[in-house]
Design a protein around this ligand. Structure first.
Ligand code: MTE
Length: 320
């Protein structure tokens, strides 16, 4: 049995939310709280969420309770209507526009420094991967946060599947490019398609999750269906959505936001309350839907999993 000491993000006694405020997570997803959340959604969105998905039978996946979130879950009606997905608009209310995203057929190409390049149908991929549910905290660089039950599989399983060569140092992820479907991509001043990258050590860390579902169902389009990344110790812009290409490369990839404004957004983007964004403090974060602000924790509280990755990296801008 794996015995773990109290995790970095476990909240001190004084800050613990009274028990009655916590929602039982299963009741939340299937019971009255879930129904209330669904009822709060606009009718158009509700029916779009109900759209048949060929992977629906894979959900809900087995819960991995090593990852519990440590905070009340953010209701789906809140998290699924407050999104960043610039392909569908540069504001938070993109959920309706994102329903234009066509998520089948969908393929993922593995290329670059791999034994053999290949393009795989997403449903073949999903069925080859060990799906599980984990509750993770998500911290956006804009100082808001949410806690979501994601379903997915460790990126490490997909790295093994892709068979990279030993000279691969980084993984580069790319989102779809389709200006007709995603009107945000008509905005020529952005460097489309959205790109992000991780080192091989980050990509194969046990926390790094490829997300395929949330709240016990296939991923809603506005969350970045059918396949997105989640690196909970990093600012949310690293968690690239709707991935179509995964390349193994020798050079450090330049991410979308780093390319837009390298003075404000970097490659590492690890959460740190002590290092301000050039235009705002990162000391606290707002829990969306509650109006509550809480202190931010270094590595978003996941230091026990990842702090070692960044030892002896003097001179690197690890926290922006
Ligand atoms: N991925 C793509 N392709 N396009 C985006 O605009 N926004 C990022 C990230 N992934 C973004 C993206 C940012 S800034 C954040 S905070 C998260 O997605 C938001 O995820 P959410 O909408 O599921 O909360």
């Amino acid at each position: 049995m794996l015995i773990r000491s109290r995790r970095g993000w476990e909240i001190p006694e004084a800050q613990i939310t009274p028990e009655h405020v916590f929602l039982n997570r299963r009741a939340f997803m299937t019971g009255s709280a879930g129904l209330l959340a669904a009822a709060a959604m606009p009718a158009g969105l509700r029916s779009a969420f109900a759209e048949a998905d060929p992977s629906a039978d894979l959900y809900p996946a087995a819960v991995n309770d090593m990852y519990e979130g440590g905070r009340p879950l953010t209701p789906e009606a809140i998290s699924s209507t407050y999104n960043n997905f610039y392909e569908f608009g540069s504001h938070k209310r993109i959920a309706k526009a994102a329903q234009k995203l066509k998520i089948r057929p969908w393929t993922v190409t593995f290329d670059g420094l791999v034994e053999e390049e290949r393009t795989v149908d997403v449903d073949t991929l999903l069925r080859a991967m060990p799906l599980e549910e984990r509750i993770y905290r998500h911290r956006c660089v804009e100082a808001w946060a949410m806690t979501v039950p994601w379903t997915g599989f460790p990126l490490k399983a997909m790295v093994d599947y892709a068979k990279p060569l030993s000279d691969a140092k980084y993984v580069r992820f790319e989102t779809f490019l389709d200006r007709k479907m995603a009107s945000g991509q008509k905005q020529g001043w952005y460097p489309w398609p959205y790109v992000e990258g991780l080192t091989m050590a980050e990509a194969t860390n046990e926390l790094t999750l490829m997300v395929t579902g949330a709240y016990g169902k296939p991923l809603a389009k506005q969350f970045g269906a059918p396949l997105r990344l989640h690196t909970p110790w990093k600012y949310g812009f690293k968690s690239i959505k709707s991935i179509v290409r995964i390349s193994f490369v020798a050079e450090r990839p330049v991410g979308f936001w780093e390319e837009v404004q390298g003075r404000e957004y970097g490659f590492w983007a690890n959460v740190n309350p002590e290092v301000s964004h050039p235009r705002w403090s990162q000391a606290t974060e707002e829990l969306i839907g509650t109006g509550e602000r809480v202190p931010t924790v270094i590595y978003n509280g996941y230091g026990e999993f990842v702090a070692d990755l960044y030892k002896d990296m003097d001179g690197e801008r690890l926290f922006m």
